[in-house]
Design a binder for this molecule. Structure first.
Ligand code: UDP
Length: 237
């Protein structure tokens, strides 16, 4: 199927997308480039929700592996996603794209709280809404946050921008014969434990009939090709 005909999508980007060639943190040039991609998608007339991870700054699991309390470390991870959201808001607004950040952890000096009806209004007015802090609870990830917001905002699809152009039957960076799936069922992703998104996020998309479109955000212009169906991607549906 082509990923065409969507009215409203949620775009999920992992935090690592923002670090560019760095091994950590936020690279402003990369954020600016990704913001151009996001603007190009919006300029097609799409209503756009955005969720950005925090893995470029802090991951709860990594903190827990070094002896931190898991929940405490997860809250730090959620704060990292707010920093990424603010960086992306800044880059989008420098391109003239009106943007609002809504955080699942209230932080009224820097952004709005998550209010669904308000987010709806922002989208109607042509603003991009960036949802930060995941679901606002530890033991979850921003993939689950993306699936949750996609469901409550009634998005037609969840676009997952990664460093690979879809889902393969083996790691394409290691196995030369690895082949990309055009489509996959939610159940196959779950039963074969394919690394598309967390199981809880995939299950939430399955239960709410939200297709997951996996594509590469690293190549300039790719998002438009995926939107018109001419690019390479995998659809989980
Ligand atoms: N996190 C959380 N609950 C959420 C969303 C995120 O606890 O609802 C924490 C968790 O520690 C996670 C970190 O925030 O590791 C950063 O998010 P994620 O790992 O999803 O970022 P990504 O891999 O997409 O960059």
């Amino acid at each position: 199927m082509g990923a065409t005909g969507y009215r409203r999508i949620l775009l999920k980007l992992s935090g690592e997308v923002l670090m560019g060639e760095q091994s950590f943190g936020i690279d402003p040039d990369t954020v600016a480039r990704v913001a151009e991609e996001v603007k190009a998608a919006k300029d097609t007339g799409l209503q756009l929700c955005l969720v950005i991870g925090g893995g470029n700054i802090f991951r709860g699991m990594a903190g827990a592996a070094k002896g931190m309390d898991r929940a405490q470390a997860d809250y730090m991870g959620m704060l990292a996603t707010v920093m990424n959201a603010l960086a992306m808001q800044n880059a989008l607004e420098q391109l003239g794209v009106p943007t609002r950040v809504q955080s699942a952890i209230e932080m009224d000096k820097v952004c709005e709280p998550v209010i669904r009806r308000r987010a709806e209004r922002h989208l109607e007015k042509g603003r991009i809404v960036i949802f930060a802090a995941g679901v606002g609870a530890p033991y979850f990830t921003t993939d689950s946050g993306a699936a949750l917001r996609a469901a409550e905002m009634k998005c037609d699809a969840l676009f997952k921008g990664t460093s690979v152009d879809g889902v393969y039957d083996a790691d394409p960076k290691k196995v030369a014969t690895a082949t990309r799936y055009e489509t996959l069922s939610y159940d196959r992703v779950l039963s074969d434990n394919l690394k598309v998104m967390d199981a809880s996020a995939v299950a939430l998309c399955r239960d709410n009939d939200i297709p997951i479109v996996v594509f590469s955000i690293r190549e300039q212009g790719n998002i438009l090709k995926v939107l018109d169906g001419s690019g390479t991607f995998t659809v989980v549906e």
